[in-house]
Design a protein around this ligand. Sequence first.
Ligand code: NAD
Length: 499
Amino acid sequence: MPEVIQHYIQGRIVESTSGRTGEVYNPAIGEVIRRVAFASAAEVRQAVESARDAFPAWAAQPPIRRARVMFKMKQLLEDNIDELARLMTEEHGKTVEDAKGSIARGIDVVEFACGMPHLLKGEFTEQVGTGVDSFSIRQPLGVCVGITPFNFPAMIPLWMSPIALACGNTFVLKPSEKDPSLSLRLAELYQKAGLPDGAFNVIQGDKVAVNALLVDPDVAAISFVGATATAEYIYHTGCAHNKRVQALGGAKNHMVIMPDADMGQVSDAIMGAAYGSAGERCMAISVAVAVGDQVADDLIARLMPRVRALKVGPGNDPESEMGPLVTKEHYDKVMGYIDKGVEEGAELVLDGRNIKLQGYENGYFMGGSIFDRVTTDMSIYTDEIFGPVLSVVRAPDYGAAVDIVNGHEYGNGAAIFTRDGDAARNFANNIKIGMVGINVPIPVPVAYYSFGGWKRSLFGDHHMHGAEGVRFYTKLKTITSRWPTGIREGAEYVMPVLG
Ligand code: NAD
C-alpha cells in the first residue's frame, strides 16, 4: 500500500477517516507513488476549529515574537532546501534547480514577514482637535485560508502564510492534490520554528474540502491561486459568504519584441521564459508578439536550433533543462492544443510532440513547440495552454502589438524588449497588465512589492505579498481619543467640527 498524505491539525498529523483518497504521481515515470487523503466537510471543520481556537492567543503575541518565529522559519527552510526541492521534483516534475529557485522566492516572503513589527505600525496625529488625538491600527482578521495550485507547491503557500501569520492570523492551507507532500513539510517546519499548535493547519483534498472552507462561518479570508474558472467561482462564493477574498487566476503572457531589440537577449529570455518549468508557470511567456516580419523571421531562426536542443529529462537529472508535465491528463490537454493549432491553420514550425526518453517511456515528457503566424481568434492564442508551446503573433507596428496585448482577457504579465525609452515608457503606462517587464521576460515582483494580475487574472482588490499582503490580512481601526483635561463641559448636539 502506498503512503497516504494526511492532514495536519492542531500541531500533528491527523489520519483522514473520509474513506476518499486521490493518486499522487511521479510524472517522470508515470507511476502512482503516494495517495492523498480527500477531506470530508467534518474534517475541514476540525481544521478550522483548531485555527479558530488558536487565534486569540496568537493574535495577542507582541509582533516581535511572531516575527521571531519567521526568522527561525527562514533558517529552517534554508537548511532544508535540498530535501524540499527533491520532494517537489518527485511530485511536480520540474528540475531540482528550478524547484530550489521557487523555494528561494518563497523564503524571500518569509524574510519580508520578519519585518512585521515595522509593517504593522499605524499612524498617529496629535491634536486633531483641541485635546483630541487620532490613531490607526491594523488588526488581524482571524482564520485565513490558502487554496493553492500544483505548479508552485512551496512558493505560493509561502506567498500567503508568513504574512497572514506574522500579522496575527491563524491559517488553514488546502494544497493542490497533485503534489501535496510539501504542505506537510511546511507545517512541520513552522512547528519547529515555534509556531503554536493550531496556528497553521493543512487540510488535504479536492473540491469537497474547498467548498466546505468557502462557507465555513469561522473563516474570515480566503487567498486562492489557480485556474481562472476556479478563481472566479472561489471569489463569488467566498464573497457571498461575507469573506474577504483574493483569487488569482490564469494567464497568457505576451512579450512584445520591437525592431530595435537586442535579438540575442530576446532569444535567451524567451528560452527560459517559455520553456522553463515546461511552461507550467503563471508568468511564463506563451506569446511572442513580433513587430514586423523581419523580427518574426529572425526570432524563429534563432529559437529553432535552441528549442530543438533543449535537454528534456527527469527533473532529478542535473543535465535536464526541462522536466515532464505534471499529469497524464495535463499532457493530453497540451497535446490536444497542438493538434488544434494545426487544425486552426497556425504554422507548427517546431513540433515537440514526439519525444520518447529511454528508461522513462511512461513519463509525461514533451519537447518544446513553436507556432508561427498565430492569429488572435485561434484557441492556441485565446486559451492558457500551460505547456512548452510558444505562439508567435506578427504585428505590423507597435500600436497593433499593444492592442493585441490589451485585447486579451488575461492580464497577469507582459514584457517589452526594446532599446527605445519612449516605447518602453509608453508600454509601461498604457498596457492593461498587472506586472510589466522592460527587457525582463518574467517580471515577478520581489517579496516586498506585490504580485497580481489585472482583468481575468485576478478577482478581488488585493495583490499578494508586500504591502498589499499586509493590507489583505489585517483590518484597519481608527481611534479618536480625548482625555479629561480636553473635555468641554455640556452636551454637544451639532456635528462636531474639529480643528
Ligand atoms: P486549479 O484551479 O485546477 O486548482 C487550484 C486549487 O483549486 C487546487 O487546490 C484544487 O484542489 C482546487 N480546485 C480545483 N478545481 C476546483 C473546483 N471545481 N472547485 C473547488 N476547488 C477546486 O489550478 P491548477 O491546475 O492546480 O494550477 C494551474 C493554474 O493556476 C493555471 O491556470 C495557472 O495560470 C494558475 N496559476 C496562477 C497564478 C497567478 O499568480 N495568477 C500562479 C500560479 C498558477
